[in-house]
Design a protein around this ligand. Structure first.
Ligand code: CP
Length: 307
């Protein structure tokens, strides 16, 4: 049976811990003078992004190249999708060229499971609709592990995930991985931006938690997935839920400030995070390469990662 990486829930705790350990090895590879290893020589990774991306697409491309895989990236906006070619025909056409892994981003939840039914290749979910973004969760958990100097037991760690939880696949996957590792998560949002059913603790008062928690994880407002009238006007949203100077000053000195990117400066981020020692935002970007190398290596690698 082909192994895929489509959600944290599907992967389960044992595999996630193995992937976090593997991410650490890949991060060490990335620090070598020559960060390229032959592990996936002869394998082909196809990036199939039907939604915009900077971080995920570029880091999968770099991760595959650092493992010596061949890469193909379909520029969907200039492909035969524009002539009416279906998703299935697109996948089967690319599959006929000899793909070992499809990395798929799509605006519709569940597409990575559909794709896996049309190809014998492995499928990695690079974000499906509101549902899941498991490699983001993996790099987030690894970034916390790295910055806190801890292993895969996050018990005692308190994390506030702040903003548009309802429309965020990042919130869903990152909450899942944090809970799976033992962290305590609280969702901070206006009631209209919370999921209708959830067993996660919630509050609408960011000031109650910002100075208490170990990690503040800010989210972007997903306006492209949002109906009108779900949030107060931008100014009021920022007043209640943005990281402004007063809240940044209230962060614990040993807290972590995270954001998956892209950031909306002036909406959820009213300060320059680059000036805050608590910010892990660029570490998250760097660790995205190692986490995605770990996923690709787990799915396809049979060789070692020696130079
Ligand atoms: N965090 C994230 O998924 O960013 P991109 O949309 O730029 O890939």
């Amino acid at each position: 049976m082909t192994l895929h990486f489509r959600s944290i829930e599907e992967a389960g705790a044992e595999r996630i811990c193995r992937l976090l350990d593997l991410t650490e090895h890949m991060a060490a590879v990335g620090r070598r003078p020559n960060p390229k290893v032959p592990a996936l020589r002869g394998k082909t990774v196809c990036n199939l992004f039907f939604e915009d991306s900077t971080r995920t697409r570029m880091s999968f491309d770099l991760a595959a190249k650092r493992l010596s895989a061949d890469t193909m990236t379909l520029a969907v906006s200039s492909s035969s999708v524009n002539k009416g070619e279906s998703l299935r025909d697109t996948v089967e056409t690319l599959d006929a060229m000899g793909v070992d892994v499809f990395v798929v981003r799509h605006r519709t939840s569940g597409v990575p499971w559909q794709v896996a039914g049309w190809t014998p290749a492995a499928v990695v979910n690079a974000g499906d609709g509101w549902h899941a973004h498991p490699t983001q969760a993996l790099l987030d958990a690894y970034t916390i592990r790295q910055r806190r100097g801890i292993a895969n037991d996050f018990s005692g760690l308190r994390v506030a995930v702040v903003g548009d939880i309802r429309h965020s696949r990042v919130a869903r996957s990152t909450t899942e991985i944090l809970q799976l590792l033992g962290a305590e998560v609280v969702h901070v949002a206006p009631r209209t931006l919370l999921p209708p059913a959830s067993d996660v603790a919630t509050t609408s008062n960011l000031d109650d938690v910002v100075s208490e928690v170990d990690v503040v994880y800010m989210l972007r407002m997903q306006r492209e997935r949002m109906g009108a009238g779900l949030v107060p006007d931008g100014g009021e949203y920022s007043h209640r839920f943005a990281l402004d100077e007063r809240r940044a000053a209230a962060l614990r000195s040993d807290a972590l400030l995270m954001h998956p990117g892209p950031m909306n400066r002036g909406v959820e981020m009213m300060v320059d995070p680059a000036e805050l020692p608590q910010s892990t935002i660029l570490d998250q970007v760097t660790n995205g390469i190692a986490a995605r190398m770990a996923v690709l290596f787990e799915l396809l690698g049979s060789g070692g990662i020696e130079e």
